[in-house]
Write a protein of this length. Structure first.
Length: 541
């Protein structure tokens, strides 16, 4: 047992959109198995598998009705066992989503809890209303009320996300024991850990009214509370310590200080956290209110987290975020160069890199034209709420295009055949129209492709201890240039990144190791969106 997760590159799979094997337009577990050789060739050593549990899909699997069964859309439990075994043959370990802030309303626990006399009543937050309204003034993450009245029960239940996702009450010790049992079930089956969904909000210290805010009124009563830390320590001591596994937490509204409270080694809680601060540098308050991307602000935030945490979980994309090249790069003239530049950044930072499916070929945001094309429940809730608030339709649509989670959920583009090689049937979500020229098959045999650059960078990261374990030292952070050093045992590598479409001067005395342009020597100028790795010290002019 050890910190093997520091040596590997992780790859997130959103099963519904990865590969369809049976022609129903929905990705599935046999489809994932069929692509394991591709992931091995890419250099992935960990798969983060988004939920495949049984679910009514109000939030595409993040509303779980049975934690110990597989959604029939994705296959069977035998398929899941086969995936774990086939991945292991290729030295790929699998982590699963641990979604334990809430269940589905279809879960047997919740259905039984609707009876006031049931032992499951206290598995959830059931409360009477007040003055013909909900128990408090909290608002939800999904732009709707977070209390739902249940006629059968005669009371309201709390849901910080969709109304089909009731929050579990961890004041009840029986809930914690249920979670331990679920974790052991999957770890015994051979998975290697968990990505813990919105894990720092699982403890509600009180249900008092919150201070009114632009977003998430009431969050001071559940964001990173001490009770949450106690639960994580219990799960570590009673379950995780018995297995060779790791945990990475999705943590909302954390600072570097509160992140360290979660993942510092001596705390014995999580191994890593996904923070959001760098992903929030192109927005005001929440993702629905965009502001112009500023590379300097983005890179300063990354550098601060690199220096503040011993080990970061690094990412620029996931199933909840629009495509990185459409946000931080240039999906037009410099599509290839900027996609590679962002890949070089991701893979040379200190910490475990997480690649999201399709990122390695430069997939971009979808050009949605109308709400009817969008499946995302969060986007539809926002659209309704913004309409009630009399926000103009043109601005509502701008908000949707900015933050819609479906940008990242369009099917993986495997080749130029109909539906991009994802399925032989119209997919559950239409493929991006650029699949005819942005796809795996086109890039596989092109030495200058984004895909092959990712392979080159992954090989560097997994084979060189300086990039894996070296310290991180920022050198230059400006509106166009990001330069930093990685140092270990007397060796230094310098990484220089141009975030603009213009030439940028930068002097480096070291030897050129990797560039995302076809060049053998370096002339002191970074080309548009160029990424360069030097094997000795560098300095700015």
């Amino acid at each position: 047992m050890g910190d093997w997760w520091k040596d590997r590159v992780a790859y997130q799979i959103y099963p519904r959109s990865f590969q369809d094997s049976n022609g129903d337009g929905i990705g599935d577990i046999p489809g994932i198995i069929s692509r394991l050789d591709y992931l091995k060739a890419l250099g992935a050593g960990i798969i983060w598998l988004s939920p495949v549990y049984r679910s009514p899909n109000e939030d595409n699997g993040y509303d779980i009705s049975d934690y110990k069964d597989i959604n029939p859309e994705f296959g069977t439990m035998d398929d899941m066992k086969a995936l774990i075994n086939e991945a292991a043959k290729r030295d790929i370990r699998i982590i699963m989503d641990l979604v334990i802030n809430h269940t589905s309303t279809s879960h047997s626990w919740f259905q039984q809890s609707r009876d006031k006399n049931s032992p499951y009543r206290n598995y959830y937050f059931w409360r009477p209303g007040r003055e013909n309204g909900p128990p408090n003034n909290w608002t939800s993450f999904f732009a709707e009320d977070c209390w739902e009245f249940d006629k059968k029960s005669g009371e309201y239940y709390l849901h910080l996300f969709a109304k089909g996702q009731p929050d579990l009450d961890y004041h009840n010790p029986a809930v914690i024991e249920e979670i331990k049992d679920i974790m052991r079930f999957w770890l015994d089956m051979g998975i290697a850990g968990f990505r813990c969904d919105v894990i720092n909000i699982i403890w509600k210290s009180s249900l008092e009214d919150g201070r009114k805010k632009l977003a998430l009124t009431g969050s001071e009563h559940y964001i990173s509370q001490e009770g949450m830390h106690e639960i994580l320590r219990k799960l570590r001591l009673d379950v995780l310590d018995g297995y060779d596994c790791f945990t990475v937490g999705e943590t909302v509204f954390v600072t570097t200080r509160t992140a360290n409270d979660l993942c510092a080694v001596e705390r014995r809680e999580l191994d890593m956290v996904f923070s959001f601060e760098h992903m929030e540098t192109d927005q005001f308050f929440v993702k629905w209110f965009p502001r112009k991307f500023n590379p300097g602000r983005f890179c300063k935030t990354i550098a601060r987290w690199q220096q503040a945490l011993e080990w970061n979980a690094n990412y620029f994309e996931n199933h909840d975020q629009p495509r990185s090249i459409s946000r931080f790069g240039n999906e037009g003239e410099y599509h290839g160069a900027s996609a590679k530049m962002l890949g070089a950044l991701l893979l040379t930072l200190r910490g475990t890199p997480f690649i999201y499916q399709g990122q390695e070929i430069g997939m971009t945001n979808y050009k949605f034209k109308k709400m009817e094309q969008i499946k995302d429940v969060e986007s539809h809730n926002l659209w309704k709420k913004a309409k009630v608030m009399h926000i103009p339709k043109w601005y509502r649509w701008k908000m949707i295009l900015r933050g819609c989670r479906d940008h990242a959920r369009t099917p993986v583009q495997w080749d130029s055949s109909e539906f991009g090689g994802f399925s032989k049937h119209m997919p559950w979500l239409a493929p991006n129209g650029n699949y005819t020229y942005i796809n795996v098959e086109t890039q596989r045999n092109d030495n200058d492709s984004i895909l092959n650059f990712y392979k080159q960078m992954i090989l560097l990261r997994t084979s060189d201890d300086v990039i894996k374990y070296g310290s991180f030292e920022p050198v230059v952070i400006s509106k166009r240039l990001f330069v930093y050093k990685r140092k270990l045992d007397g060796r230094t590598m310098t990484i220089a990144l141009n975030f603009s479409g213009r030439l940028v001067k930068f002097y480096c005395a070291g030897n050129l190791l990797i560039s995302n342009y076809a060049r053998e020597t370096y002339d002191g100028r970074l080309k548009p969106y160029e990424a360069i790795v030097f094997d000795e010290d560098g300095k700015a002019l």
